[in-house]
Design a protein around this ligand. Structure first.
Ligand SMILES: [Mg+2]
Length: 295
């Protein structure tokens, strides 16, 4: 994996502009199917949450789809969801056993490449049963995504945007999905000719991916991140990139806007300032911080 990172660090500009593009929930409408059909059922099974399945599902979907943590790394999502479950009165009333994943918390705080392989290495190193449980869950999720998530095309207007992007910018995929799935999904939809490379969870955080691929190689104002989650926005700002949001629930309109005015503004230097501020403000209003339930 270090070779992959080195190659990304050495990537030389072919264009004046650089664009990082998130994949799940941004290019592809895959968030709902992946979380509802793959991540969540395996979460309930592996973490023995059957007695509180309804709350586990509600909490998983809130953390991963419908709140400010949408799109976060899966291993971070496990502890966020378990914490949220533990805080619910209805869960406590049932005396349900919500596992405390201390070793997972330590691992996600100290490891920057939160990938299946890195977790497997940690399992081999420590022989920790808790980490092994998380690894089994994650591997199971990967298998069910491979089996289930097929034939999901990109959102409308994505291809038109990618055609413009690839003519004017060095574009890469910036994602926390495993590279194997990203390669499959981008190839299946014949989108790989539009991009220079694909960064998955194995490369590091999204901010690191952007920095590895663009740092010191493009002028300020010439780097853009396109994403659908607050984590994408944070990664952009950490890397001094501009940000164009694909707003959850309004993806089609967002891509249309990027196609009809956003890209042009980025390439002609009128993106930063009021235009970007307004886009980010309407994006931030979209996802809540706190859950809708009271109990
Ligand atoms: Mg996303």
């Amino acid at each position: 994996m270090d070779d992959v990172i080195n190659n990304i660090r050495k990537m030389q500009p072919l264009q004046k502009f650089f664009i990082g593009i998130d994949s799940d929930g941004c290019v592809f409408d895959t968030m709902e199917i992946k979380h509802k059909e793959c991540f969540c059922p395996a979460f309930i099974l592996h973490f023995t949450l059957q007695p509180i399945a309804k709350f586990a599902r509600e909490s998983w979907e809130f953390v991963n789809l419908y709140s400010k943590t949408r799109g976060c790394n899966r291993f971070i999502a496990v502890n966020k969801t378990l914490d949220l479950l533990r805080s619910r009165k209805k869960v406590r009333e049932r005396n349900a056993n919500v596992p405390v994943m201390k070793a997972l918390n330590e691992w996600t705080s100290s490891e920057t490449k939160l990938s299946n392989q890195a977790l497997k290495d940690a399992c081999d190193r420590t022989n920790n049963p808790e980490l092994k449980l998380v690894f089994d869950w994650s591997s199971d999720v990967n298998l069910s995504i491979k089996k289930l998530v097929k034939g999901v095309p990109p959102f409308p207007h994505v291809v038109e945007c990618l055609e413009i992007i690839s003519n004017k910018a060095d574009a890469i995929v910036v994602s926390q999905t495993p590279a194997e799935a990203l390669n499959r999904e981008w190839k299946e939809n014949r989108l790989t000719p539009f991009i220079r490379t694909i960064c998955g969870q194995e490369v590091g955080s999204k901010a690191e991916q952007l920095q590895f691929a663009s740092q010191n190689r493009y002028d300020p104002g010439c780097i853009l991140m396109i994403g659908d989650s607050p984590g994408d926005l944070q990664a952009a700002k950490k890397s001094s990139a501009l940000f164009f949001p694909i707003i959850p629930g309004q993806e089609e309109e967002s891509w249309k806007q990027l196609f009809s005015e956003g890209l042009e503004r980025f390439f002609n230097g009128s993106f930063s300032g009021d235009y970007e501020t307004q886009l980010i403000a309407s994006f931030q209003k979209r996802l809540p911080e706190d859950p809708p339930w009271q109990d």
